[in-house]
Design a protein around this ligand. Structure first.
Ligand code: 13P
Ligand code: SF4
Length: 321
């Protein structure tokens, strides 16, 4: 089968059975394939480990593999590289970014920090290595509340870059924070009106939401949590029907782990597919195969940045035990 790799404009020959070829390469490279829940089902199916941002960084910290193949977005693979400077970390498509990371340049965040020298900087893991390098502690959607609660009461905090997660954590902890006004393009897309209509049509359905959603959606949610939190909730909750306000990639695992239950995608404002993360969806099985075959694209960074970025990640991993 002949296919074209659009990036390199090269004719590339792909094996008939991509999954089989990927598994062979995995063995030859002594690689581990880490996959986020928002990836396509066919990518989820070949994962050695599938998880949320915290679980993926924990797995990256403990792996013995020589090569880490990251099927997720850039900041996730970058975190794996920060933790494993000696390993080759591959990302199938280097353009798989994140609107939160892109909306928070380190130089501007440094200016905000300079204005508040008595504050510490808590950064959501959805940020660049440069932002991590100027941060005191990294948090994810599954540990942000716990980490803020564990800090001394008088500790002043700047929270970046997600305003929705920041506001949610402020509400849960009662802790005032200065919040960077960033947002996720996917989680800001859900329509409150359409969700309310769905709730009327499905009165027994539970609305479950990721904390990157806007406050008006979170206020109506029966459960709020990280992707793994949402997955655990649908497995353990006695309800049979769920309206899922996050990227629909997670529904594949929900169907597998809670068979027979009904999952309804929370609808976006416009009649579009804006609830799908365009960055996550840049990764394909073909690109996964090619990155393993060619050992590129790989994640690289300046050692000075890496060393500084490592400290707040290690603090998070310690505080999450
Ligand atoms: P989780 O840490 O909950 O998997 O979230 C990652 C993410 O990018 C959500 O949009
Ligand atoms: Fe970033 Fe949003 Fe995509 Fe998550 S869903 S990777 S926060 S753009």
């Amino acid at each position: 089968m002949i296919k074209y790799n659009s990036e390199e404009k090269l004719k590339v020959v792909l094996p008939e059975n991509l999954t089989e070829a990927i598994l062979k390469l995995k063995k030859a490279l002594n690689a581990v394939i880490l996959v986020h829940y928002y990836q396509e089902p066919e990518i989820q199916d070949i994962a050695d480990f599938i998880g949320d941002s915290l679980q993926l960084s924990q797995e990256a910290a403990r792996t013995n593999a020589d090569v880490i193949v990251f099927a997720g977005v850039h900041f996730m693979a970058e975190t794996a590289k920060i933790l494993n400077p000696g390993k080759l970390v591959l990302l199938p498509d280097l353009n798989a970014g994140c609107s939160l990371a892109e909306g928070c340049p380190a130089a501007l965040l440094q200016k905000l920090k300079d204005k508040h020298p008595d504050h510490i900087l808590l950064s959501y893991i959805n940020c660049s290595a440069e932002v991590k390098a100027i941060s005191d502690i990294i948090v994810t959607s599954s540990n942000a509340e716990k980490i803020v609660k564990s800090l001394p009461k008088e500790q002043k905090i700047i929270f970046a870059p997600d305003k929705n997660l920041g506001n949610y954590v402020m509400k849960k902890t009662g802790k005032e924070m200065i919040i960077w006004q960033g947002a996720c393009i996917v989680h800001e897309t859900f329509s409150e009106k359409k969700i309310l209509t769905l709730k009327l049509e499905h009165p027994d359905a539970k609305l479950i939401a990721h904390p990157e959603c806007e406050g008006k959606i979170l206020e109506k949610a029966d459960y709020i949590g990280s992707t793994s939190g949402l997955l655990d909730f649908v497995i353990n909750n006695s309800s049979n029907e769920f309206i899922v306000a996050t990227e629909p990639g997670i529904i594949n695992q929900m169907k597998k782990k809670a068979p027979g239950k009904i999952f309804i995608e929370a609808p976006p404002e416009a009649g579009c597919k804006c609830n799908e993360c365009p960055y996550m969806k840049l990764n394909t099985l073909e690109k996964l195969y090619l990155c393993m075959r060619d050992k590129k694209p790989e994640i690289t960074m300046e050692e000075e940045i890496r060393k500084r970025a490592l400290k707040p990640i290690q603090r998070m991993l310690e505080m999450s035990k």
